[in-house]
Ligand binder design. Structure first.
Ligand code: ITT
Ligand code: NA
Length: 199
């Protein structure tokens, strides 16, 4: 049995492959399943969207599927962009335009009001329909300008006080140790092992 990462986001795949490596399980992503079309995500919550993606990929592949639904919640924007993070600036999705829009909305907002967090929900679903959910968050601030070229998405704008760096400046191993995704996935390790044995 293999674990299928129900994502087409290469940034997520890179991080999750590194996080899962110690488990020694076979991990593939949707690039191994080009016949699976884009999955509509219409839910109002990360949980709903993560389950939608994992259920569909488990059903289509007959394998254990792991989906990540995640996003950035900015306090002064009442939690936006939230579940709309990937397409905050509309279609076609574009990380650069998303970051510009976020900076524009926060123009003139002082540092103590720039609090934000990344949130990640991981859904595990077997072909037989067993389901598990875990969640992880990471607290930080939205910077005044992009810093760093590592990572993806909003990483250059997400400042982590503990390291005095943005996610765009942190190496992958450090980001994985403290990120929303790293935390959610660490909590899912037991379930991955358990469900792979059932699969
Ligand atoms: P899949 O649905 O194929 O997994 P996606 O990118 O569309 O890929 P989401 O719907 O979960 O996935 O959207 C998550 C968005 O939130 C992502 O595109 C980024 O804009 C942002 N995001 C999530 N985690 C992030 C991280 O670690 N660093 C930077 N941005 C992140
Ligand atoms: Na989503």
């Amino acid at each position: 049995a293999r674990l299928v990462l129900a994502t087409r986001n290469e940034g997520k795949v890179r991080e999750m492959a590194a996080l899962l490596a110690p488990l020694g399980v076979e991990v593939v992503s949707l690039s191994s399943y080009p016949e699976i079309e884009e999955i509509p995500e219409e839910g109002d919550t990360f949980e709903a969207n993560a389950l939608t993606k994992a259920r569909m990929v488990a059903a289509r592949t007959g394998q254990l599927a792991l989906a990540d639904d995640s996003g950035l919640e900015v306090d002064v924007l009442d939690g936006a962009p939230g579940v709309h993070s990937a397409r905050f600036a509309g279609e076609p999705r574009d990380d650069g335009r998303n970051n510009e829009k976020l900076l524009r909305l926060l123009e003139g907002v002082p540092w103590d009001k720039r609090r934000a967090r990344f949130r990640c929900v991981i859904a595990l679903v077997t072909a037989e329909g067993t389901e598990r959910l875990t969640e992880g968050t990471c607290e930080g601030f939205i910077g005044y300008e992009p810093r760093g070229t590592k990572g993806f998405g909003y990483d250059p704008l997400f400042y982590v006080p503990e390291y005095d760096m943005t996610f765009g400046e942190l190496d992958l191993a450090t980001k994985n140790r403290i990120s929303h995704r790293g935390r959610a996935l660490a909590k899912a390790f037991g379930a991955v092992t358990e469900l792979l044995e059932l699969s």
